[in-house]
Ligand binder design. Sequence first.
Ligand SMILES: C[S@@+](CC[C@H](N)C(=O)[O-])C[C@H]1O[C@@H](n2cnc3c(N)ncnc32)[C@H](O)[C@@H]1O
Length: 197
Amino acid sequence: MIMDFPDIVNYAKIHDVPIIEADSWSTIKQIIDKQQPKTILEIGSAIGYSALLFAKYSDAEVYTIEKDEHRAEVAARNISSSEYADRIHFYHDNAFTWKYPGAVVDLLFIDAAKAQNKAFFERFEPFVRPGGIILTDNMNIRGHIELELSEIKSRNLKRIVRRTKEYRQWLEQLPGYDTIILAAGDGLALTVKKEKL
Ligand SMILES: C[S@@+](CC[C@H](N)C(=O)[O-])C[C@H]1O[C@@H](n2cnc3c(N)ncnc32)[C@H](O)[C@@H]1O
């Protein structure tokens, strides 16, 4: 299989930067092939890998934001040196204070701090059009989602798992949205904002 952006994938491996898994990406790619989004908003660019994939495999304008200074530097370099630089709008900022400057969103991809998914959802969902899609990655927290909280020793991991369980339950009963959790990669929540009647 030919890998996209092999130098970036290699950098991520060497420097331990979490980037989207191949299996999650192949599911997301099927979704964008079908949806043909014109505007994609991504929360959590890391070093720009998934933003580059979005730009390569769609015609969308891609808005993406990263708060970590060093990763943002690398992302800016990776994006500006790519052939997709004119369609990727990269911001080094904190998603909780940043003012989204783009058009109405067809696809929102939440892939940032895993304990804060609900807050990201609430902040950016208003920009998503009715019928639009919200994807949230890492819904399984590497299998830990199956465990009882009492079985998890690390305080930080326990907090992330607890928040992810709460987020999944909240999403699944959220009025105005339909959500399914796909088994792709580390678990991908696919949420569709219902059309208004
Ligand atoms: C899993 S990585 C993103 C991977 C990227 N989407 C990819 O697949 O190539 C999550 C990133 O979100 C960033 N992040 C966490 N909280 C954030 C916030 N409040 N605003 C912006 N970025 C944030 C982290 O610094 C981290 O680099």
